[in-house]
Design a protein around this ligand. Structure first.
Ligand code: NI
Length: 227
């Protein structure tokens, strides 16, 4: 399931991000791809240790941690620090699957990638091409979102970024390990939680039906979560 999370960053934040990123030291992104992916990856990336990458990455993680839709949809336990990349001059990333296990020895971090995320930072009318195409159970979906919006998708999916033939596409990507490894279970929990939120809005604080659904929700999490 693809989930779009709108306005992770507001317009002012997007502007600050783009000001800093336009002056940042972009480097060739191919060396960080796996041995098979390197042949299909052509983009620019910020070094993980670049101060701009560190600072903006922390802002994104803070915003995500406070975003109720993200928290509910991802049930993220561990998040790989955001990586900033830039596609221009025909830059693209051909069809690939993300690594299942990702290790960052300097941070003592290992994650199983359950979910991948792309946070768009360039307005879609500012570049041609650059769709994130995700192959799902029911066919491929092309995603190109407003600056500040993010898509969450299963890391198990095949996906690609089509060539950017005009302008520049800057985004932040990240991966996360979810407390609910099973995608179908995670998706059902998300739908249940969304329904509980909307049902409870119109009811008394101690509504017994809402309480019962919340009870079911937490007991399903208890049954399925691995932390
Ligand atoms: Ni990927």
């Amino acid at each position: 399931m693809l989930i779009v999370i709108e306005q992770v960053l507001d317009a002012d934040e997007v502007r600050v991000f783009n000001d800093l990123l336009s002056a940042a030291a972009w480097v060739d992104g191919a060396p960080t791809a796996g041995s098979r992916s390197v042949a299909v990856k052509q983009n620019l990336q910020l070094d993980r240790a670049d101060p701009v990458s560190v600072e903006l990455g922390q802002i994104i993680l803070r915003k995500l941690g406070q975003h109720p839709v993200f928290v509910s949809a991802s049930m993220a336990e561990k998040i790989w620090p955001p990586v900033f990349n830039c596609y221009r001059d025909g830059g693209h990333y051909g069809t690939h699957v993300d690594s299942a296990l990702m290790r960052l020895p300097e941070a003592g971090l290992t994650i199983r990638s359950d979910l991948s995320a792309t946070l768009f930072l360039s307005e879609p009318e500012g570049y041609a091409g650059g769709e994130l195409v995700i192959e799902e159970q029911y066919g491929a979906q092309a995603v190109k979102l407003a600056a500040g919006d993010m898509v969450l998708y299963p890391s198990s999916s095949l996906h690609q970024v089509t060539p950017v033939t005009q302008g520049e596409r800057v985004c932040a990507i990240m991966w996360m390990q979810s407390a609910i490894a099973d995608a179908a279970a995670r998706s059902m929990l998300f739908e249940l939680d969304q329904s509980i939120q909307s049902l409870s809005a119109g009811r008394a604080k101690d509504d017994p039906d809402v309480d019962r659904l919340i009870h079911v929700y937490h007991n399903l999490v208890r049954r399925w979560a691995r932390v």
